[in-house]
Design a protein around this ligand. Structure first.
Ligand SMILES: Cc1cc2nc3c(=O)[nH]c(=O)nc-3n(C[C@H](O)[C@H](O)[C@H](O)COP(=O)(O)OP(=O)(O)OC[C@H]3O[C@@H](n4cnc5c(N)ncnc54)[C@H](O)[C@@H]3O)c2cc1C
Ligand SMILES: NC(=O)c1ccc[n+]([C@@H]2O[C@H](COP(=O)([O-])OP(=O)(O)OC[C@H]3O[C@@H](n4cnc5c(N)ncnc54)[C@H](OP(=O)(O)O)[C@@H]3O)[C@@H](O)[C@H]2O)c1
Length: 376
């Protein structure tokens, strides 16, 4: 009797079935004196983890910090409940608060605390303002002694969702590794220091820890043919995929030229991977590097200002078939970079504002697919 071998397929890692990776390195990229804390995180995927390509993102499934879980459960008198502690660690958002939790606390509060919280809950605008910069501990502070049943707590809190980070390494740069560039979100409100859930989790990683991750493949943010020129605009953490692109192009001998626009607050403290880019330039792998350090002078200088200064050359690269990539802040930077592209098409391409809009948004972006964004 012959047996048919069972086909084996690679395990599909996903947000619901993440791979248990390991921390290899966690280093601050900003120098002393910087107001920012941006981390270079190296994660070991080994030979059994997910694989990725330049342009992909890594999904990270975070956990709450022990200190915040303890602060929360102590306020509720539930610090001995180990099951609740673990449930909160992995599934409930604690660093921000939703309306459902505030309403439940208002219901169970007593005395003037109840009156105050119920007045807030009755007014949608006030409630929006109340939850904007509070976490769960801030709410309990406003309702001292409130009692909640352990079994009802997880249902009152938002569920933890994974966060995506643009991959900052080429897969064959160092086999089995994936690199990230993570800006730690940190602020103080209502007298307490707050951190972003996932960026705080990643920034605090140390030693032998397991990190649940999966790869989120990009649909469009790919490198072009090896002989094509690329222009990359990546201020702040927007630099991440371009470090990967440059590693890949250098390793595989791509002949297209590479032009990088980078910006951050100060040249001295915030030139993320500055040494690497300077070395790439010397090696002839990075053909042009344009930097915009916003706070090194009285007036702000941003990447789009550098684009406009170099408009004639940028336009000639685009006319020559270059691809144009933007990564980083979606709310302001990417919009301003788009506006700068329109300016350049008008001034150096001799187009009217309408023609510039048509060329950038339709011909360049949609028909030729040479204008690619990874913005968040
Ligand atoms: C495709 C993609 C790629 C990305 N790549 C990167 C990357 O390479 N590097 C990177 O660092 N990030 C990247 N991000 C962003 C990342 O996914 C997270 O959103 C980011 O790290 C913040 O998540 P967090 O869990 O740390 O913060 P959260 O816990 O989600 O908290 C952030 C929230 O805190 C609130 N907040 C922040 N500051 C204040 C304040 N002063 N007062 C009141 N409230 C405040 C805001 O509501 C903000 O939305 C990417 C996102 C996407 C979608
Ligand atoms: N909603 C917001 O307020 C906001 C804005 C930006 C970033 N973020 C988030 O903050 C986190 C950390 O950001 P990051 O470290 O990647 O860098 P970043 O905060 O985006 O800053 C990088 C550089 O971009 C500059 N910049 C600010 N506004 C700009 C604009 N309109 N056009 C071009 N450049 C601009 C900054 O200058 P200055 O800081 O000197 O102005 C800085 O020099 C990210 O998660 C990002 O999404 C939030």
């Amino acid at each position: 009797m012959s047996t048919t071998p069972t086909p084996t397929t690679a395990p599909a890692f996903s947000r619901n079935n993440p791979f248990r990776s390991h921390l290899q390195e966690n280093r601050r990229l900003n120098q002393q004196g910087s107001s920012k804390d941006t981390r270079h995180i190296v994660i070991q995927l080994g030979s059994s983890g997910p694989t990725y390509q330049c342009g992909d993102s890594l999904g990270v499934v975070p956990r709450n910090p022990e200190s915040l879980i303890r602060e929360f459960t102590e306020k509720l008198g539930l610090h001995d409940d180990a099951v609740l502690h673990e449930t909160l660690a992995t599934s409930a958002v604690l660093n921000r608060v939703g309306k459902k939790f505030v309403k439940a606390v208002a219901e169970k509060a007593t005395g003037s605390a109840k009156d105050n919280l119920q007045a807030i809950c009755a007014d949608e605008k006030k409630l929006d303002e109340y939850v904007f910069d509070r976490d769960v501990v801030d709410v309990l502070h406003d309702a001292p002694g409130v009692h909640l049943e352990p079994s009802e707590i997880p249902g009152l809190l938002n569920k933890i969702a994974p966060r995506l980070y643009s991959i900052a390494s080429s897969p064959d740069h160092r086999n089995g590794e994936v690199h990230l560039t993570v800006a730690l979100v940190e602020y103080t409100s209502h007298g307490r220091k707050k951190q972003g859930l996932a960026s705080g989790y990643l920034a605090a990683l140390a030693g032998e820890v397991s990190i649940p991750v999966y790869v989120q493949p990009t649909r469009h943010f790919h490198l072009p043919a090896p002989d094509r020129d690329i222009i990359m605009v990546g201020p702040g953490t927007g630099i991440a995929p371009f470090r990967a692109f440059l590693q890949h192009r250098a390793r595989h001998g791509h002949t297209g030229r590479n032009w990088l626009f980078f910006g951050d607050q100060h040249a001295k403290t915030d030139f993320l991977y500055g040494d690497e880019f300077t070395a790439s330039q010397k090696a002839g792998q990075l053909h042009k590097l344009s930097t915009a350090f916003s706070r090194d002078q009285a007036d702000k200088i941003y990447v789009q200002h550098r684009m406009e200064e170099e408009g004639a050359e940028l336009w000639s690269w685009l006319q020559n078939g270059a691809y144009f990539y933007v990564c980083g802040d979606a709310k302001r930077m990417a919009k301003d970079v788009h506006a700068a592209l329109l300016q350049i098409a008008a001034r150096h391409g001799g187009k009217t504002p309408e023609q510039a809009e048509e060329w950038v948004s339709v011909t360049f972006a949609k028909t030729e697919k040479r204008y690619l964004k990874d913005v968040y």
